[in-house]
Design a protein around this ligand. Structure first.
Ligand code: ATP
Ligand code: MG
Ligand code: ZN
Length: 493
């Protein structure tokens, strides 16, 4: 017997079987129950989250022959139900807008709407990828969509709602399908594996579910691939062989090593990933994704809906997320993005990546440079010239150097890593002559501002600053150059 891919074999039959789309399912069921079914629907959402499935379920609900009228629980066995599930029903016409973009296609559709359905209550048009229609086709659709015959329903689906004209959108009810949480996908996998007579460790299932990135179809395709290896037990090794992505665990380990300034360890983790066949570019991407997750946990808090952290890993991720400041995340992501672009075209990609990781592992020391410079400012030259900006303009890291002296931070790492003076011990006033109170300079002062009356650095200033050991250390770490040294006055109290 021909093999049916899992995604087709396990297409949801009822609203209750649609995983992770409860809001949409409940609203549609209520509409059917109260006989308030609209004549036009627009289903939006990324690929493989249940739009076409929901459209067919709605069509079955409207047309099930076993029931006297529309029912939220179609029978599954009548001819209508079966044919609709296969996309073959005479009265439920599925149109792929991607290959029927023209105005003629829609004109034909329009002239057919006047004919009554062959055997069902409604003639239902399911228009997939509706955003692909031409402007002319959209216009031709408008009139029919506004006032279709009573026996006609439209269900449109799109992954790109922003490309669907407002005139069309305002004539339908729009339902946004959500990306499906990894936990929900994992549960669904579990039940499918049972039905397929296969088993897998929960950690293995979760890992595949995370790789699905919110799309059930993508997840099921991965599961298909794993099952096609012929083993009834899925293992981590099979995933490693099949899915070319660094282990999440290796990345987390690497980030932890960065937090510990363990450059050597970070390089070993990189080696581990590359040895498993992952490309440098993919490595950079995945590491960035992990850092993003940690950054959002740090900035938005543990309950943010913006990231999807598996329950099992949450505590460890939260702990790790607190080990960097938001600025450091910005710095690290910027460095990695630059690396990702660079390694693609470089024959020395690996060296670049390694240098980048060493740089990241030094990033906590990098954080303290500001306070090093501030110290230089308060102990420095006759005018107390604190050089408040050292950024080599091409370096994202230095661009994000936090201007204010680091506050005694949540992260013990930082105060350990640098001569962190705390904000109170650095007295600086900007050279506006306004006699502003001493304290950390505002963040914006890291941008050289020629209009604010600050005198820019003289060659002598630059020479002095460059010779200062703390500045030298900073320059060495980040192979930078001094591009500007602000002259500031320090008020002695
Ligand atoms: N919410 C869901 N619950 C259970 N299974 C789902 C869900 N969404 C998708 N699937 C599975 O993925 C397959 C494809 O889903 P469907 O065709 O409904 O996605 P779609 O949103 O229309 O995607 P596309 O935008 O790519 O057309 C289904 O056959 C089903 O196996
Ligand atoms: Mg679809
Ligand atoms: Zn039926």
């Amino acid at each position: 017997m021909a093999y049916t891919v899992l995604a087709r074999k396990y297409r949801s039959w009822t609203f209750d079987e649609l995983v992770g789309q409860e809001a949409v399912a409940t609203t549609l069921k209520n509409a059917i129950q109260s006989q308030r079914v609209h004549h036009g629907y627009l289903f939006t959402g990324t690929r493989g989250v249940g739009k076409t499935s929901a459209a067919r379920i709605l069509a079955r609900s409207l047309n099930c022959l076993k029931s006297d009228g529309p029912t939220p629980n179609p029978c599954r066995v009548c001819e209508s139900c079966v044919m609709i599930a296969e996309g073959q029903d005479v009265d439920v016409i599925e149109i792929d807008a991607a290959s029927n973009t023209g105005v003629d296609n829609i004109r034909e559709l329009r002239s057919n709407t006047i004919y009554r359905p062959a055997r069902s209550r409604f003639k239902i048009y399911i228009i997939d990828e509706v955003h692909m229609l031409s402007t002319g086709a959209f216009n031709a659709l408008l009139k029919t969509l506004e006032e279709p015959p009573a026996h006609v329903k439209f269900i449109m689906a799109t992954t790109e709602p922003q490309k669907v004209p407002a005139t069309i959108q305002s004539r339908c009810l729009r339902f946004d399908f959500r990306s499906i949480g990894a936990d929900r996908i994992a549960d669904h996998f579990q039940s499918i594996l049972e039905q397929e007579g296969a088993t897998a460790d929960p950690a293995v299932i979760r890992r595949v579910a995370r790789r699905a990135n919110g799309s059930m179809r993508d997840g099921l395709s991965l599961l298909d691939q794993l099952l096609s290896l012929g083993n009834d037990t899925l293992t981590m090794e099979m995933i490693d062989d099949l899915l070319p992505v660094p282990h999440d665990e290796v990345l987390i380990q690497l980030i932890r090593q960065v937090a510990d300034h363990d450059a050597a360890g970070a390089l070993m983790s990189l080696d581990q990933s590359l040895a498993a066949g992952y490309s440098l570019e993919r490595f950079a991407e995945s590491l960035t994704e992990q850092l993003r997750t940690l950054m959002l946990l740090n900035v938005c808090g543990p309950d943010t809906p913006l990231v999807d952290v598996p329950a099992g890993a949450k505590e460890a991720m939260l702990e790790l997320s607190g080990r960097f400041e938001p600025e450091t995340y910005v710095f690290m992501i910027a460095v990695l993005e630059e690396l990702r672009r660079d390694v693609r075209y470089s024959s020395l990609g690996r060296a670049l990546m390694e240098a980048g990781l060493v740089r990241l592992a030094s990033s906590v020391r990098y954080k303290s440079i500001q306070s090093l410079l501030s110290e230089l400012g308060s102990s420095g030259t006759d005018e107390g010239g604190a050089s408040s900006s050292v950024p080599p303009s091409q370096s994202p890291g230095n661009r994000t150097t936090p201007e204010s002296p680091t506050s005694p931070s949540q992260s013990g790492e930082r105060s350990r890593g640098g001569q962190n003076t705390g904000s109170g011990s650095v007295r600086r006033t900007r050279s506006t002559g306004e006699g502003e109170p001493a304290g950390p300079a505002p963040r914006s002062s890291s941008t050289p501002d020629s209009t604010s009356g600050k005198s820019s650095a003289s060659a002598e200033d630059l020479r002095k600053a460059t010779n200062d050991p703390t500045v030298r250390q900073a320059l060495e770490l980040f192979d930078g150059s001094l591009v500007n040294v602000e002259r500031v006055h320090t008020k002695k109290k």
